[in-house]
Design a protein around this ligand. Structure first.
Ligand code: ZN
Ligand code: ZN
Ligand code: ZN
Length: 215
């Protein structure tokens, strides 16, 4: 084993023992750790009722509950056919941990299973049939009605503006349009098109549908 490899190995060992999940300082934390571990073992052994009791004891400790318990609790409820409560617990896990949670994929799977068993249907996503996934749609410019220009907002299309001075009011050539009375369309910059967020999918590019579960 070379020096670099040895060092690399050491770093891994040190990191492993420093992970916070192993640490349990006060008695209540120790009990939480005990019942969570017991509950997880019971789930592995498919003893769902017993597992549920273990997790209930974790909640009863009124100590900080690890986020993963929401998943395991929901998983136990799923196998006890309590689908609505199962879904609520699983959604709680996603709410707490987000997409980066270690159990995110497993939670989605369990949620789908609970949904299928409860309703016979599950959520599925299809490409938006209006924007085809682009999230935007392009339409003719509504500001200029596809002419490419609009009436100068400063001189209102007169080409001149009233200018007050000590000698009284005089008309000067409009500096906004240089006397042209029109300006390049401010919305489409003369491209005649404007891009909008897709109204059909609210800019998501896809749509949620309910799909019948197989088996
Ligand atoms: Zn769309
Ligand atoms: Zn003008
Ligand atoms: Zn325009």
């Amino acid at each position: 084993m070379g020096m670099t490899r040895k060092l690399y190995f050491m770093v891994i060992v040190v990191l492993f023992f420093c992970t916070p999940t192993v640490a349990a300082q006060n008695p209540s934390d120790t009990l939480v750790f005990f019942f969570v571990t017991q509950g997880k073992k019971q789930l592995e052994d498919k003893k769902y009722k017993e597992a549920l009791e273990s997790f209930k004891r974790v909640f009863a400790l009124k100590s900080a509950v690890p986020d993963e318990v929401a998943y395991y609790y929901g998983y136990a409820l799923l196998h006890l056919s309590n689908f609505s409560q199962s879904k609520a617990a699983l959604k709680k896990y996603i709410e707490l941990q987000g997409r980066n949670g270690l159990l995110y994929d497993k939670t989605l799977e369990a949620l789908e299973e609970a949904d299928c068993k409860e309703t016979g249907y599950k959520d599925a996503f299809i490409l938006c049939d209006i924007c085809f996934g682009d999230s935007t749609i392009t339409i003719g410019c509504r500001t200029c009605k596809e002419k490419g220009y609009e009436v100068c907002p400063l001189c209102k299309g007169n080409g001149v503006v009233l200018s007050a001075s000590s000698f009284g009011n005089t008309y000067r050539t409009c500096h906004r349009c240089a006397g042209e009375k029109i300006i390049k369309c401010t919305t489409c910059k003369s491209s005649l098109k404007e891009t909008l967020m897709c109204y059909s999918c609210s800019g998501k590019g896809r749509k949620k549908i309910r799909k019948k579960c197989i088996n």
